[in-house]
Design a protein around this ligand. Structure first.
Ligand code: NAD
Ligand code: MG
Length: 392
């Protein structure tokens, strides 16, 4: 029996994780659940799962949850804030941590889990993008097991010769990172100026949280995933190729020196990578329907269009530049996407804000957690300034 902390349990990945656990109750015990502000959502999960600890972001939300639970399930301990998150991520009784908080807000708990030597199921790609070397060093020094949840990276992990993250074996020539191209793959670039958050969040193949849905529409998601792949598998950006594959059935591939290409296929359902990472090296039921290859009949591939999707180009550029670029790109993107989702920024401005912020924050690679946090803060300030300048 493995004890699991799900950081971000009310989100899309969190809910899919609970679904996989519900099918494998003999193997996993939910020790801790966390949410940002959805008190009722976390209360409902606590009633069903009866974790030992529940965490809310603010003291006031934690107080409201504690008041609800005090009547019904007083044995659940309610914690608040970043310290509560870190506490569950490094709790001595926790074996596995699902890092499924969205954005930089997940950095501290993801890093704490790595330092404490947990099995880290990493969905929170932003944490790795912003703190790459620090994070990978924490995994190594803490003796953690890092299992990628991002479907592409989970696929690569499965196609590598040694099912373990870290430097790839010789014989690997490239990784081929697939991406659907999002909802605007074939849309006239001129018309992108006026797209709404609802348009941008309508992904053709995946149902996800709003931030990653916008990232998929700009293809910033794929750009961040290039950086994520470089850190996870110790690859150079030159060895990572992005291929647009609209059906999202091949989740990524690894190409070997002898011409072999290994691919991982499956229906586009995050319960597959979640189940894989939970059970690895075993396999468990995920609830995902078998892939119907005959019914599907065709798989298409296209080269990515870097003009239509400048955010993808920015991701590659940041991966090559290193230094402050990845963290600045991530912070600027979070600020710009938030502004877009709240009607304060046009969709097509997201790339411009990101590019200007990266240029305004150039410098040495952050070496310590404080460096990373300072850079993140600075990039957010710069991005907010550029939003004022560029909004129309
Ligand atoms: P989501 O918005 O659906 O859920 C986010 C979760 O994080 C929620 O539980 C929310 O309460 C919590 N949260 C949000 N802000 C927080 C804060 N400031 N402090 C503490 N908790 C906070 O997001 P999601 O789609 O589940 O994505 C989660 C992560 O997984 C992201 O990093 C995303 O890039 C990655 N990911 C998601 C998918 C997917 O299919 N949804 C696929 C690949 C990777
Ligand atoms: Mg992905």
């Amino acid at each position: 029996m493995k004890r699991l902390a799900v950081c971000g349990s009310t989100g899309s990945i969190g809910v899919h994780t609970l679904d996989v656990v519900s099918r494998n109750r003999a193997r996993y015990e939910l020790f801790a659940l966390t949410a940002h502000s959805d008190v009722d959502g976390l209360a409902a999960q606590c009633r069903r799962w009866r974790p030992r600890i529940a965490v809310m972001s603010s003291e006031s939300a934690a107080g409201r949850l504690a008041a609800i639970l005090a009547e019904e399930i007083p044995e659940i301990e309610v914690l608040a804030g970043a310290s509560g998150l870190t506490q569950v991520a490094m709790h001595p009784e926790v074996d596995y941590v699902m890092a499924a908080i969205v954005g930089a807000a997940g950095l501290m708990s993801s890093l704490a889990a790595a330092r404490a030597g947990k099995r880290v199921l990493l969905a929170n790609k932003e944490a790795l993008v912003m703190s790459g070397r620090l994070f990978m060093d924490a995994v190594r020094d803490g003796g953690a097991e890092l299992l990628p949840i991002d479907s592409e990276h989970n696929a690569i992990f499965q196609c590598l010769p040694r099912a373990h993250s870290g430097p790839v074996e010789s014989g690997v020539r490239r990784v081929l990172l697939t991406g659907s191209g999002g909802p605007f793959r074939a849309r006239d670039p001129e018309s992108l100026h006026d797209v709404t958050p609802t348009d941008a969040c309508a992904h053709p193949n995946w149902s996800m949280g709003r931030k990653i849905s916008v990232d998929s529409a700009t293809m910033m998601n794929k750009g961040l995933e290039v950086i994520e792949a470089c850190w996870l598998f110790d690859m150079e950006p030159e060895s990572v190729e992005v291929i647009v594959h609209p059906q999202s059935v091949i989740h990524s591939m690894v190409e070997y020196e002898d011409g072999t290409v290994l691919a991982q296929l499956g229906n586009p359902d995050m319960r597959t990578p979640i189940a894989h990472a939970l059970a690895w090296p075993d396999r468990i039921d995920s609830g995902v329907a078998p892939l119907d290859l005959v019914g599907m009949s065709r798989l298409d591939f296209e080269a990515p269009d870097f003009d239509r999707f400048p955010c993808l180009r920015l991701g590659f550029e940041a991966a090559r530049a290193g230094g402050t670029a990845p963290a600045a790109l991530n912070a600027a993107n979070e600020v710009a996407v938030d502004a877009f989702l709240n009607g304060r920024l046009r969709f097509t401005r997201i790339a411009r804000i990101a590019e200007a912020t990266v240029a305004a924050c150039s410098g040495e690679e952050p070496r310590t957690l404080d460096d990373v946090l300072d850079l993140d803060r600075l990039a957010r300030i710069r991005a907010a300034e550029f939003i004022k300048t560029f909004s129309d």
